[in-house]
Design a protein around this ligand. Structure first.
Ligand code: GLV
Ligand code: MN
Ligand code: MN
Ligand code: MN
Length: 428
């Protein structure tokens, strides 16, 4: 520890929690669904409005704003040695349907608040500090979670795949981007990738999205690893027909094939024997969706995660086997079995974890190290820079639901820890 940091107590480092709360509340008004829910999907009007808001908040605190081809937004605080790799911090502001207002947003507006707090004490970073708002951390529209950070980390084939991607309304990625004002995005996607070493560290502040911190009354979690996510799209097709006239023995009901697969997801996940394995069928649509029609098509989207990648992969394989078995037995066609992503887990960087621990200790805040079961842009930033995450408690661990809540007091503590973490990392 050096003397300057030791003097940096909670009294001298002022984080304006009320301003942060006000900004979070304002941002939550950009939503496709009524409060308290927030729905903000990639390249919709509300997503564009949120982007404008974030750029304004960055400028207000004196950051130099730029945006890349996929819409990742960077706010730069130039360091005294601008040429060396900078330190970055950020998260996302998109929100899945009927989500809350804290997921991601705390990490974007919180990083801006951290910059404000550091500027207020007259700190001048050696390394530049960049606040990042990542594009589409949520997979809602085109199926890829962490789209912006995935592309920054130059993930295999993502640019090619994206150019061929359509949303549920059959709008192409390029059309959706154009609608949002990203005119030539398809031609420029290659430019989003950043070199390994572009940043010396990346740190993300986020609500825990789990119950541990709140239950234990611990204000700070420091993430050591992020679990490995996978997601699948599956389609079944049968003959359909009249609900009265087609007799049971001759039916090949695509809806029931889907229902069976959803149950097999649960069965295969439970068969792993570990509570760390989780699986969810979060999208299940049947076509044509009429009460007097035998479902002719079904479409499922399935999410599988584990902290153990091999065990996760085995579950994915079993689900694939089940899909084929169900299709054969029910005489439906398995029209699609697509592994949208099957990402490895990520480990935090020792230096980032160390800086966060030191920050919590300097502030006299109790902390614990923990694994993140949700994924985050940090999962991909870890590929190009040492990564770390700071978690704060949220009410009952609720997330991805309208009653998601983090207290002003806990957010303030999280931003304090982030501030001192950035201060340390940008001085190294
Ligand atoms: C991101 O929101 C996730 O699903 O973990
Ligand atoms: Mn989320
Ligand atoms: Mn999030
Ligand atoms: Mn997330």
């Amino acid at each position: 520890c050096n003397g300057i940091d030791v003097a940096m107590t909670e009294e001298t480092l002022f984080v304006d929690g009320h301003r942060l709360q006000q900004q979070i509340d304002q941002l939550s008004s950009f939503s496709d669904t009524p409060p308290p829910s927030v729905t903000r999907i990639l390249f919709t009007g509300n997503d564009v409005a949120a982007r404008r808001y974030v750029k304004g908040a960055m400028k207000e605190v004196g950051l130099l704003v730029r945006e890349d081809a996929i819409g990742n937004i960077f706010g730069r605080w130039e360091g005294s040695i601008p040429r060396i790799p900078g330190v970055a911090s950020g998260s996302h502001t998109d929100a899945i349907p009927y989500a809350g207002k804290y997921d991601g947003v705390v990490g974007v507006l919180g990083a801006i608040a951290a910059v404000r707090a550091l500027k207020r004490i007259g700190f001048q970073p050696k390394r530049s500090i960049e606040v990042i708002m990542f594009t589409s951390e949520e997979p809602t529209r085109f199926g890829f979670g962490c789209l912006g950070s995935r592309m920054m980390a130059n993930s295999t084939n993502i640019v090619e795949i994206l150019k061929e991607s359509f949303d549920a309304e059959n709008v192409s990625f390029a059309e959706a981007a154009k609608e949002a004002g990203y005119l030539d995005v398809a031609d420029e996607l290659e430019t989003v990738a950043l070199d390994v070493g572009r940043y010396s560290a990346f740190v993300e502040l986020h609500i825990e999205q789990g119950p541990i911190l709140e239950k234990k009354g611990i204000p700070i979690g420091i993430v050591t690893a992020i679990a490995a996510p996978a997601s699948l799209k599956v389609g079944f097709k049968g003959d359909g027909g009249h609900a009265g006239a087609v007799l049971m023995p001759v039916r090949n009901d695509a809806g029931l094939a889907g229902a069976e697969l959803a149950l097999s997801v649960e069965k295969n996940v439970l068969a792993s024997g570990s509570t760390d394995t989780v699986g969810t069928t979060g999208v299940f649509k049947i076509h044509p969706g009429a009460v007097n029609s035998v479902p002719r098509e079904s479409h499922l989207e399935i999410d599988i995660r584990d902290i153990d990648e091999k065990r996760r992969d085995k579950v994915v394989d079993e689900i694939k086997r089940s899909a084929h078995e169900i299709a054969g037995r029910r005489r439906v066609t398995l029209t699609n079995f697509e592994i949208v992503n099957q990402d490895p887990p990520a480990q935090s960087g020792d230096q980032v974890v160390g800086a966060a621990i030191e920050a919590a200790e300097l502030l006299g805040l109790e902390y614990q190290t923990m694994v993140s079961r949700a994924y985050h842009d940090s999962l991909f930033m870890a590929r190009i820079a040492p990564m770390g995450m700071i978690f704060i408690p949220c009410y009952k661990g609720y997330s991805h639901r309208p009653d998601e809540f983090a207290s002003l007091e806990d957010m303030t503590k999280g931003v304090q820890v982030l501030s001192l973490t950035l201060k340390r990392l940008s001085s190294l």
